[in-house]
Design a protein around this ligand. Structure first.
Ligand code: SF4
Ligand code: SF4
Length: 339
């Protein structure tokens, strides 16, 4: 049996993954916990909090390990993780992802930022900051982001060895999707290797944030009228940008033949078509995408017959500049409900 590198007063080593439905944090949690139990002789549990259980909504996934002498009888959320893993940096815009994080612990962030930039972005008081450009690695290896993040978790944990996690991955994915295993293993190994790591001491720049206060500050006696969620990423505000999994469709107008397939496929009516006179003829022209409504499902990319829409990493683009709206702007002003 391996020894855990750190334990809280109950004898647990705990991991919390902050993610978005569809990024695979839940399945990653199950694989990691199974590897701990079946290959490392540890006790482990893994479970997730899904919210509305919709692809694109925030998910918290928890893993709790103990050595065999300490039984795990707790099924509550991991509030003070030894390792906090953030699958999507934009989650910070709407959630207190760092709530409960204790000084000196470890954060892994999917980002192209440096550890120092990530520390300032997340306001981490102190500890080990690990950055991995998981979305880029996953795109290049044609695999899922979660396997890259598992590679990073393996290296940073020090006890979840690559061998046992790859074996557990094969158990889970290998039989059902054998053709995908090569890309999965490559993505995992690159996630293991391509880490930028820096330790920060407590210089007083940022403070710890209590888990309870931020998670429970709206209750039955002070919630907004009508139960409206006053954050982006909901239909009331008509802004789905936080639903995107760090990828966007990129429109290449020079290739477009204006067939309209993307428009009829898009579930959120993101495309803007306008009538124009071209060469003396009245035509309906695809002007581009309104990213305010785009949840990044990539259906438009798969249906376009001429590759006029391609997948891109959101961080490489300024979607505000790229957004096209109707000439007659019918949008509800973001931030104003029921004008
Ligand atoms: S499916 Fe492609 S070619 Fe057709 S209108 Fe959309 S972007 Fe243009
Ligand atoms: S990815 Fe394409 S199909 Fe999906 S919501 Fe965005 S524009 Fe529409």
């Amino acid at each position: 049996m391996v020894k855990l590198p750190e334990k809280n007063k109950y004898g647990f080593y705990e991991i919390r993954m902050e993610s978005i439905g569809g990024m695979g944090a839940n399945i990653a949690g199950k694989i990691i916990a199974e590897a701990g139990v079946f290959s490392l002789g540890l006790n482990a549990i893994s479970f997730s909090s899904y919210g509305s259980e919709k692809r694109g909504t925030p998910v918290k996934s928890f893993i709790r390990f103990s050595e065999t002498d300490d039984e795990i009888r707790v099924n509550s959320a991991v509030e003070n993780p030894h390792m906090l893993v953030i699958f999507h940096e934009n989650l910070k815009k709407t959630l207190a992802v760092l709530a409960g994080f204790k000084k000196g612990n470890t954060v892994i962030l999917n980002t192209d930022k440096s550890p120092s930039e990530a520390r300032d972005y997340l306001e981490i008081p102190s500890g080990k900051v690990v950055c991995v450009d998981a979305i880029r690695i996953a795109s290049e290896e044609k695999t899922k982001l979660n396997v890259v993040m598992m590679g990073a978790i393996s290296r940073v944990s020090g006890f979840l060895t690559p061998e046992v996690l790859i074996e557990a991955m094969k158990e889970t994915f290998g039989k059902k999707y054998p053709k995908l295993m090569e890309g999965n293993i490559k993505g995992f190994k690159r996630g293991y290797e391509a880490l930028k790591i820096q330790e920060f001491t407590d210089d007083g720049k940022y403070k710890e944030v209590a888990y309870e206060v931020l998670e429970r500050d709206v209750g039955y006696d002070n919630q907004p009228m009508g139960g409206v969620i006053l954050q982006i990423g909901n239909t009331a505000m008509k802004d789905l940008s936080t639903s995107r999994e760090a990828k966007i469709p990129v429109f290449l107008p020079e290739k477009c033949i204006h067939c309209g397939l993307c428009e009829s496929t898009c579930p959120d009516y993101c495309f803007v078509f306008e009538e124009e006179v071209v060469d003396g003829k009245q035509k309906v022209i695809n002007k581009g995408i309104n990213y305010q409504y785009c949840k990044g499902c990539m259906r438009c990319v798969s249906v376009c017959p001429v590759d006029a829409i391609v997948e891109g990493a959101e961080r490489d683009y300024n979607v505000d500049d790229m957004t096209v709206t109707l000439t007659m702007d019918h949008r509800i002003n973001p931030g104003v409900i029921n004008e």
